[in-house]
Write a protein that binds this ligand. Structure first.
Ligand SMILES: *[C@@H]1O[C@H](CO)[C@@H](O)[C@H](O)[C@H]1NC(C)=O
Length: 332
């Protein structure tokens, strides 16, 4: 007869674990930390699929990769639909603990004005003592560069469409407290030699261009540069000196969640870069003390919407959330 040695072994193990558990004294949570952070993500004009999902002129979208990126860091998401009336956008800003400006292509019109207004609110909240982080990715990087410099022509052309790249850290840079502050040192090292980050932009700013603008160089410090396909150097990561504002010309969300371009790196190292950026950004949001009542959150969370499968119709993203403007408040 066979004896099953596993059962007695597990029994002992479980007994052992329960004694350890009963002795474990879970420390009280830190009252200074907000363990239920919510991130607002601003929608971008269009459907993210050249009209193949929805061609109405007032539709806007958020690629689901940004939503999942925030969720991966331990946050929930509220979409900030840029076509909504300003009152609604303001109410939503008071429900969240941080903002993401996504990639995209629109640099003018109502979208630009809404992003500018939200950026000003981000600074206002921080100036008033509320820690309120912003992560500006790709187009977001470019828009806040234009807004801070007060120069809508400050961007330069670069050739970095569908290009994975390395990043080079500015010499003697102190990374503590920045987006790279808690990256494993070996991963930071690899980022300088391996193409772990995904670029997809035709505009950007050179270190010289940034330094030449007083407002920009007093607001930001450059963390990394990268080179485009023609060996032109541009700023790829920067961090505000006095605000929890991080701007990345590259796309941290793509390595884990987007598959449409064969250039997107999907190595374990690239995935770790994404995870570390998400961890950093949401850890900043946990410093925001704003804790709205649950019933105010529920109607606004992204769970009220379902994404569409854009990758299947040759869209730029695998999944997108689509939004059409809601009726104005007065007509409700
Ligand atoms: C898509 O387009 C139609 C109009 O063609 C519109 O009625 C619909 O609500 C749109 N929005 C979304 C989010 O699908």
């Amino acid at each position: 007869m066979e004896t099953n040695y596993c059962i007695p072994f597990f029994t002992i193990l479980i007994q052992l674990m329960s004694t350890v558990n009963s002795q474990l004294n879970c420390p009280a949570t830190d009252p200074a930390i907000n363990y239920r952070p919510v991130i607002g993500i601003v929608s971008h004009p269009g459907d993210g699929a050249s009209g193949r999902l929805n061609s109405s002129s007032d539709v806007s979208y958020i690629a689901a990769s940004y939503v999942k990126f925030a969720e991966m860091g331990g946050a929930r998401v509220i979409p900030i639909i840029y076509t909504d009336p300003p009152e609604i956008i303001n109410q939503k800003l008071n429900l969240v603990n941080g903002i993401i400006f996504t990639g995209g292509r629109t640099k003018k019109g109502p979208y630009f004005e809404v992003v500018k207004g939200i950026f000003e609110k981000v600074l206002e909240k921080n100036d008033a003592g509320e820690h309120f982080p912003l992560l500006a990715i790709c187009l977001g990087f470019e828009l806040i560069t234009m807004i801070i410099s007060k120069d809508n022509n400050i961007l330069e052309e670069f050739s970095a469409s569908h290009q994975a790249s390395t990043v080079q850290f500015v010499e003697n840079i102190k990374l503590e407290g920045t987006v790279f502050g808690r990256f494993p040192p070996a991963l930071l090292e690899k980022m300088t030699t391996h193409c772990l980050v995904m670029q997809n932009h035709r505009f950007g700013i050179s270190p010289e261009g940034l330094q030449a603008n007083k407002d920009l160089c007093s607001f930001f410090r450059i963390l990394t540069t990268s080179v485009d396909k023609e060996n032109k150097v541009y700023v790829s990561s920067m961090q505000a000196q006095r605000y929890p504002v991080t701007a990345l010309q590259w796309h941290p969300e793509k390595a884990v969640f987007e598959w449409g371009s064969s250039q997107i790196p999907h190595t374990e190292d690239a995935i770790q870069v994404t995870q570390n950026v998400a961890n950093y950004f949401v850890s900043e949001a946990r410093k925001s003390p704003n804790k709205p009542a649950t019933n105010k959150l529920l109607d606004n969370l992204i769970y009220n919407y379902s994404p569409s499968y854009a990758g299947k119709v040759r869209g730029s993203f695998e999944e997108v959330y689509l939004f059409t403007p809601r009726p104005t408040l007065s007509s409700l």
